[in-house]
Design a protein around this ligand. Structure first.
Ligand code: SDX
Length: 391
């Protein structure tokens, strides 16, 4: 009785659901995970603590946090046979194509022993996915680079371990930068969950059929890949490089306003926020701090700031309440951390896996009828068949 269908003239009939995980007030730019404002979590928490909060509904005490972190750390390895799977991809396969394939295949290694009726086993599957996503993501990057596999160093923290798996090479010592690990942790907190966005709704819809959690997360990865969704962070960098310099901003703003031009200002606009995306403001400040701390100056940062200032004064964007969203500045930080553009959406997927599995757990604990969005039929009315020679 909690599911209901809403239909709006935009032809997006959406199945809504009830959830206690994330609250968004799009008109006032409010985002809370389990009631805690994103601004406070960004400043005071850590990604693993936020993951515990999203999965369990409460912040952990010290013993609960230590136990949870140990569980996540214990499951960072993947089956060695997955390396054979990875070896089959072309060297320049898009990492999101690899992620969706490899994550779905985890079911063949771990699902057959999973009793989905048992809440503890469901929680184990959720932790496994949170633990293994960075390992698989780093393997995708290393496959592309032609580097040997790397293995998780469990003495490191979650983001340090990921950066070590990404960038360490056998030939030399690799020291993870504290600044980079902290910046990555912040970005993972900000991307962890976001209510019923397209990829999370996909995970819930697939989950409502009773599909296993690995298949559900693989479907979320596929949905996130789209440039209108998680693929936007990659598209923002491409757009900024296309604009090139401040003198070209006016030309591209006009292109974004031209209905006959498919160009959109990537990283701008949102289905729900008709005010500032609170995550964008936090990431903009972090981008400045990370570039300063790393001693990196990126002309794209200045270009992004100028573009934002000009767009926010333009009637077209003001009337349509189009503000920078979470993707507008995140790519600039990823770039400063040495993450290649093709891996930006993979970063989003690592973080959002926590939200996806939190929603999968919530729905699995309170089974709802199989999701079944309806449609507005706009096709032909009833008519009789005509033989081919009479058409
Ligand atoms: C994410 O749902 C989530 O929560 C997603 C997300 C999450 O955490 O999971 O927040 C992550 O996906 C953020 C969005 C990333 N995508 C982009 O940055 C791509 C660029 N943005 C657009 O494609 C667009 O803004 C969407 C897809 C995000 C929303 O598109 P809608 O639903 O069409 O936006 P809208 O209904 O509010 O549009 C109103 C008007 C339309 O023009 P009119 O028909 O009224 O004349 O604004 C226009 C749109 O054409 N418009 C844009 C625009 N976004 C909307 N025009 C130019 N550039 C843009 N970016």
């Amino acid at each position: 009785e909690l599911g209901y269908f809403t239909y709006d003239p935009g032809f997006t009939a959406t199945a809504s659901c009830s959830s206690a995980i994330t609250f968004i007030d799009g008109g006032n730019g409010i985002l809370r995970y389990r009631g805690y404002p994103i601004e406070q979590l960004a400043k005071q928490s850590s990604f693993i603590e936020v993951a515990y909060l999203l999965l369990n509904g409460e912040l952990p005490n010290r013993a609960e946090f230590t136990e949870f972190r140990k569980d996540i750390t214990y499951h960072t390895m993947v089956h060695e046979k997955l390396n054979n799977f990875m070896a089959g991809f072309h060297y320049d396969a898009h990492p999101m194509a690899m992620m969706s394939g490899v994550v779905g295949s985890l079911a063949s290694f771990y699902h057959d022993r999973l009793d989905m009726r048992d809440p503890e086993q469901r929680m184990l599957a959720a932790k496994r996915l949170i633990a293994k996503m960075p390992t698989i993501a780093a393997a995708c990057y290393r496959h592309h680079m032609g580097w040997p596999s790397s293995y998780p160093q469990n003495r490191l923290g979650y983001t340090e371990r990921f950066l070590d798996m990404m960038f360490s090479v056998p030939a030399e010592d690799y020291q993870v930068s504290e600044v980079a690990a902290r910046a990555m942790d912040l970005l993972f907190i900000l991307h962890a969950d976001h209510e019923q966005n397209a990829s999370t709704s996909t995970v819930r819809l697939v989950g409502s059929t009773g599909a296993n959690p690995y298949a559900c997360v693989a479907s979320g990865i596929a949905a996130l890949w789209g440039p209108a969704h998680g693929g936007a962070n990659e598209a923002v960098l491409t757009m900024l490089e296309q604009i090139g310099d401040v003198s070209q901003i006016g030309k591209y703003i006009n292109k974004a306003k031209d209905k006959n031009d498919p160009f959109r200002l990537m990283g701008f606009g949102h289905r729900v926020y008709k005010n500032f995306d609170p995550r964008a403001a936090i990431i903009r400040e972090a981008a400045h701090a990370v570039l300063d701390d790393l001693g990196v100056s990126d002309p794209l940062m200045d270009l992004a700031r100028e573009l934002e200032q000009i767009a926010l004064k333009d009637d077209y964007f003001v009337e349509r309440k189009l503000y920078p969203n979470v993707d507008f500045y995140s790519g600039i930080i990823y770039k400063a951390l040495g993450i290649p553009t093709s891996m930006f959406t993979v970063m989003f997927a690592i973080a959002r896996t926590t939200g996806w599995v939190a929603h999968w757990l919530e729905q699995s604990a309170n089974p709802t009828p199989i999701g079944r969005p309806r449609q507005v039929y706009t096709g032909a009315t009833e008519r009789n068949y005509v033989g081919i020679d009479n058409r």
